[in-house]
Design a protein around this ligand. Structure first.
Ligand code: G
Ligand code: G
Ligand code: MN
Ligand code: NA
Length: 253
């Protein structure tokens, strides 16, 4: 298909962009890291949603290259920030299919070495619903990644209908509360209850909690009251290209 060939060309030519969305501490809006998000401007069709081109990559054998492009761009910036004494972490989204690739942890190890980035500066986000579907097969890769020293985050948490007890069994460091609950919590008592429960459970298990999709001051205040430490969302910043992220950062300090 045309789109698969176009994606290949974009990957070959470095035409795939990576945007960065700030993750901040809720108490003082201090920048702690960025989520790296793939963006593709198709020459004829305009912007293609990452959900669509990640699916194309998965079905046409291009997923490992796509993941490598996003990870290396993130590592490159992470290294620059470390050199500037700004120890920001990076987060990269992984498809479950990447976790089924037994070579992936070795690729990560060699890229970390190549870019001179400390493993603890890197978080991989894995969507909860995807992870649940294949947990037995992805666990070995999760353990190998954890043993490398990178951090693992359960993304879109709450949408997978997993038993909360799984959180204790998975080798993860962080949960990201899905934006649907975060956006609803200011007006919907059910969403509020879910957010409160996830925060308290995650804290009991010693996991970092990140709220995604923070769009209002009211939501920010509620999250802070409940003990959530880190947030991400349009209230702070949209995903930005590198130069605009740096401008945003300069304007904050
Ligand atoms: O950035 P945006 O909200 O448009 O992202 C839509 C979805 O695409 C999100 O679920 C996000 O996790 C996913 N996504 C963005 N970049 C990547 C990537 O590099 N790899 C994978 N697997 N998913 C990504
Ligand atoms: O599935 P994942 O959590 O990886 O999706 C990340 C995407 O969520 C980002 O690409 C971004 O486009 C989107 N996003 C980030 N912050 C907000 C927000 O405050 N509101 C909404 N509606 N979407 C957001
Ligand atoms: Mn994510
Ligand atoms: Na989400």
């Amino acid at each position: 298909l045309g789109i698969a060939a176009d994606l290949r060309t974009a990957l070959d030519n470095g035409a795939l962009d990576v945007y960065f969305q700030p993750k901040v501490t809720l108490t003082d809006r201090h920048l702690v890291g960025v989520e790296c998000l793939a963006r593709w401007q198709h020459p004829a069709q305009g912007e293609v949603s990452p959900e669509d081109f990640v699916a194309v990559a998965e079905h046409t054998g291009q997923l490992s290259r796509l993941t490598e492009v996003v990870l290396t761009q993130g590592l490159r910036r992470c290294r620059e920030w470390a050199d500037q004494e700004r120890p920001l972490s990076i987060a990269v989204n992984l498809s479950v299919r990447t976790l089924l690739d037994s070579r992936f942890p070795d690729q990560v190890a060699s890229l970390l070495e190549q870019y001179g980035v400390a493993p603890a500066q890197v978080t991989f986000e894995i969507s909860e619903p995807g992870m649940l579907g294949d947990i037995e097969r992805v666990l070995p890769t999760l353990y190998r990644l954890r043993d490398l020293g990178v951090r693992l985050s359960v993304d879109d948490f709450g949408t997978g209908a997993s038993s909360l007890s799984y959180l204790r069994q998975w080798p993860v460091h962080e949960v990201k509360i899905d934006d649907s609950f975060v956006q609803g919590m200011a007006t919907d008592t059910g969403d509020l209850a879910i957010v409160r429960a996830v925060i308290s459970l995650a804290r009991e298990f010693g996991l970092t909690v990140v709220a995604e999709g923070v769009e209002s001051e009211l939501t920010l205040d509620l999250l802070e009251e409940m003990g959530c430490e880190i947030g991400q969302g349009y209230l702070f910043s949209r995903p930005l290209p590198y130069e605009r992220l740096e401008a945003w950062f300069s304007a904050q300090t």
